[in-house]
Design a protein around this ligand. Structure first.
Ligand SMILES: [Zn+2]
Length: 230
C-alpha cells in the first residue's frame, strides 16, 4: 500500500515537473521571440503612477493603494522587458513620490520629474501604469489611453489593449481611448497609459491585489508592447 502511495506521489511530481517544463518552455519561447526587438537597443520607460502622499485610487473594499499596485506591476514589467533585451528606465522604484517635500505644488513637481526622466532617457516607448476608478462599480477590465496627436501612440495602445482583452479574466473587451494627459505628452515616441483594472470593482480589486495577477497583467502589457515592434 505504501509503495502504491509512493508511486502516486512520484507520478504527481513527475507530471508537475513536465507541466512546469512546458510552461517555462512556452515563456522562454515568447521571450526569445521578443529578444530580437531588444537587440536593436531600444529603451523603454516604465512609469509607476503616483507614490508617496499621492496614493491614487484606493481599493473600495481593502483600501489598497493604487500607487503600490502600480509599482508592483511596473517591477514585473521591468523584469520582462529587461529579459527580452530592452534597456529599462523606471521613473520610480520605491513607494515614495518624485516631488521632494509634500508641500504646495507637489503634484506638478512630481509630473515634471517624470517628464525629465523620460526626456533624459531618450525613450523609444513609455508605459505609464495606473489603476482605474468609476462611480459605476460594475465597470471592470484594462483600459489603455494614447495621445490623440500620436499615430504610433494609438497603435501601441491598440497592441496593449488587444493583449489585455485576450486575458481570461477580461469580461468585456475595450477599445483604446484618446486622452489629453500630461504623461502622454512627454515624448514624440509612442507613449501610453495603461489602467490595468478598476479598484472600485471588488473582483478587479481582488485580482489586482494578488501578486499572481499583477505578474500576469504585466506579462499581457509586455506582450502587447512587444507586438508593436512585430
Ligand atoms: Zn492613477
Amino acid at each position: 500500500m505504501k509503495l502504491i502511495v509512493f508511486k502516486k506521489s512520484v507520478l504527481i511530481t513527475v507530471i508537475a515537473i513536465i507541466f512546469a517544463g512546458i510552461a517555462l518552455g512556452l515563456c522562454a519561447g515568447a521571450l526569445a521571440a521578443s529578444a530580437s526587438a531588444g537587440q536593436t537597443g531600444r529603451t523603454v520607460v516604465i512609469d509607476a503612477g503616483h507614490g508617496g502622499v499621492d496614493a491614487g485610487v484606493l481599493g473600495a473594499e481593502s483600501g489598497i493603494k493604487e500607487s503600490d499596485i502600480n509599482l508592483a506591476i511596473a517591477k514585473q514589467l521591468k523584469g520582462y522587458f529587461a529579459e527580452a533585451g530592452f534597456k529599462v528606465i523606471m521613473t520610480r522604484t520605491a513607494n515614495g513620490g518624485l516631488y521632494g517635500l509634500p508641500t504646495n505644488g507637489f503634484k506638478m513637481r512630481d509630473m515634471k520629474k517624470r517628464k525629465e526622466i523620460i526626456e533624459k532617457s531618450g525613450a523609444d516607448m513609455v508605459i505609464s501604469v495606473h489603476q482605474n476608478s468609476c462611480p459605476l462599480k460594475s465597470r471592470r477590465g484594462g483600459q489603455t489611453f494614447y495621445n490623440p496627436e500620436s499615430e504610433t501612440g494609438k497603435i501601441l495602445a491598440e497592441c496593449i489593449q488587444d493583449s489585455l482583452n485576450s486575458m481570461e479574466e477580461c469580461v468585456k473587451k475595450s477599445e483604446p481611448l484618446a486622452g489629453d494627459y500630461y504623461m502622454l505628452r512627454c515624448t514624440e515616441n509612442p507613449s501610453v497609459i495603461v489602467e490595468c483594472g478598476f479598484l472600485t470593482n471588488s473582483e478587479d480589486e481582488e485580482l489586482l491585489s494578488s501578486s499572481d495577477y499583477q505578474k500576469r497583467v504585466a506579462y499581457a502589457i509586455f506582450k502587447g508592447a512587444v507586438s508593436f515592434y512585430g
